[in-house]
Design a binder for this molecule. Structure first.
Ligand SMILES: Cc1cc2nc3c(=O)[nH]c(=O)nc-3n(C[C@H](O)[C@H](O)[C@H](O)COP(=O)(O)O)c2cc1C
Length: 194
């Protein structure tokens, strides 16, 4: 059975290194038999999470849409920058809202439970955003996801892509290919769709 895989960058920036890395991963995944979707958080604007907002207005439509998109996947590749060694607010806020969604179209959902999650990052710095992925790993585990041990971090990302947006460094490309292969294999074998 082919796997459903979602690629989600954690940056809104148009020239984002992480969006480029997500595009590279999407190209690699597209060579497989997986059904691949790439989302942009800019298409799902959300208020900052506030329990009063949720109580008074319910869960925003975009959070429900996002949760639904996630709930139908076998695998998720999060490609995120590191902000102060942690998760960018825009991504954490989207995850927090999506984690509040318990029903879609009247049916119970747990968007992250049992979802196979791969983590990748890019940074102009020398650690490639790897420390931020540790924070993301904790959050995904808390939500019941099956987080792959293997991850990919691209350091010196300002020089990491050629004019076509391709990873220029062989080691970085091999690392991403290997993560994508692992995500595909694990998503197929642990598919949530029976
Ligand atoms: C608030 C803030 C905090 C940052 N903290 C880190 C950091 O801890 N480690 C790091 O490598 N880069 C850090 N950066 C630099 C980002 O890695 C850099 O801006 C990167 O290009 C953001 O990802 P993007 O290109 O995908 O938008 C930080 C940037 C901002 C704006």
């Amino acid at each position: 059975m082919s796997a459903n895989i979602l690629v989600l960058p954690g940056s809104l920036r148009l020239a984002s290194h992480n969006r480029k890395l997500a595009a590279e991963a999407t190209r690699m995944l597209a060579l497989s038999d997986a059904v691949v979707t790439r989302l942009d958080l800019a298409d799902y604007p959300l208020p900052l999470y506030d329990g009063d907002h949720e109580q008074d207005n319910g869960i925003p439509e975009n959070a429900v849409l996002l949760a639904h998109r996630i709930a139908v996947q076998d695998g998720l590749l999060l490609v995120s920058p590191e902000y102060n060694h942690s998760i960018p607010a825009v991504l954490k806020n989207a995850i927090d809202w999506a984690s509040r969604v318990r029903k879609v179209q009247g049916r119970p959902v747990q968007p992250f439970k049992g979802l196979v999650v791969g983590l990748a990052s890019a940074s102009p710095g020398r650690f490639g955003g790897a420390r931020g992925l540790e924070a993301l790993r904790l959050v995904m585990r808390a939500l019941g996801a099956e987080v792959l041990t293997q991850q990919c971090s691209v350091a010196d990302a300002a020089n990491g892509f050629d004019e076509n947006g391709r990873l220029s460094d062989d080691i970085a490309r091999t690392s991403l290919e290997s993560l994508v292969d692992k995500l595909l294999d694990t998503s197929r074998s642990l598919s949530r769709r029976g």
